[in-house]
Design a protein around this ligand. Structure first.
Ligand code: DGL
Length: 272
């Protein structure tokens, strides 16, 4: 890690915005003495409506930036980037990289009794069929729905609003009977209350943050970590004030928020 960076033995975590903070929180609960570097690409959010090849480019730039800081592992805390870019990142990064989709599918498989599972996500995630393929391979009946407006609702700090309730009701109106609904976008756990109200108590909401944190913390079990409470540094490509404000919905951010122009991020890309 460079002398400018006070963190050591850090894990890199990224998302297009604040959604990945749900994964970061779960990771910190399980690894309280480890340092983390979080990158929120808020200047380019949403990823979910962008062509997959563009999302791969963004993810590669971010991975190179975080790996250049000397992180010991990389968590893709974004379903859209996990769906389209994880194989490229695994191949490219000198450290282990994890996505959120496999842990989410495994968590859903643990909770469903009826075998009827729903998944909601961005347009990119749903179009990639990353969830549908895995769930169908387990023998489940799958209902999948893209909910493109929900990321905006979260990034604009409108999680507890009539607009959020209206959109959620509309997106979920065509669902069949099911007993598990995967929140296939890391922004959606911030809408948990509204989503749970819409589907009722008989449906378990599956959030891949905990499941991902479990997988990653197992991989680091026994690895050396700091003595004191771990630190977090957040880099954001958009407005740091807006990021801090939106993050209040999940208790705010602990640690420094550093603006990172996308041009600097692009320049960090290694020629591999
Ligand atoms: N939070 C992200 C995800 O899990 C990305 C949302 C977006 O930027 O569209 O897919």
């Amino acid at each position: 890690m460079s002398s400018k960076n006070p963190l050591s033995r850090a894990i890199g975590v990224f998302d297009s915005g604040v959604g990945g903070l749900t994964v970061l929180q779960a990771l910190r609960r399980r690894m309280p003495r480890r340092d983390f570097v979080y990158l929120g690409d808020t200047a380019r959010v949403p990823y979910g409506r962008k062509p997959p090849e563009m999302v791969v480019e963004f993810a590669v730039e971010i991975a190179d930036f975080l790996c250049g800081m000397g992180v010991e592992g990389l968590v893709v805390a974004c379903n859209t980037a996990s769906a389209v870019a994880l194989p490229a990142l695994v191949e490219r990064c000198p450290v282990p990289a994890w996505g959120v989709i496999d842990p989410g599918v495994e968590a859903a498989a643990r909770v469903t009794r009826s075998g009827s599972v729903g998944v909601i996500g961005t347009k990119g995630t749903i179009a990639s069929r990353a969830y549908q393929r895995r769930l169908e391979a387990c023998g489940f009946r799958v209902w999948a729905q893209a909910c493109p407006m929900l990321v905006h609702v979260v990034e604009e700090g409108l999680v507890d609003s009539p607009e959020a309730r209206l959109l959620v009701r509309q997106y979920l109106s065509g669902r069949p009977d099911m007993d598990a609904l995967i929140l296939g976008c890391t922004h959606y756990p911030l809408l948990r209350e509204v989503l749970q109200d819409a589907v009722g108590p008989g449906v378990t909401l599956v959030d891949s943050a905990e499941a991902t944190a479990e997988v990653v913390s197992k991989a680091f079990a026994g690895a050396p970590q700091g003595e004191a409470q771990g630190q977090v540094v957040h880099f954001v490509t958009g407005d740091p004030v807006a990021f801090a404000h939106t993050a209040k919905v999940i208790g705010g951010v602990e640690g420094e928020i550093i603006p990172l122009p996308v041009t600097e991020l692009a320049a960090a890309r290694s020629p591999r």
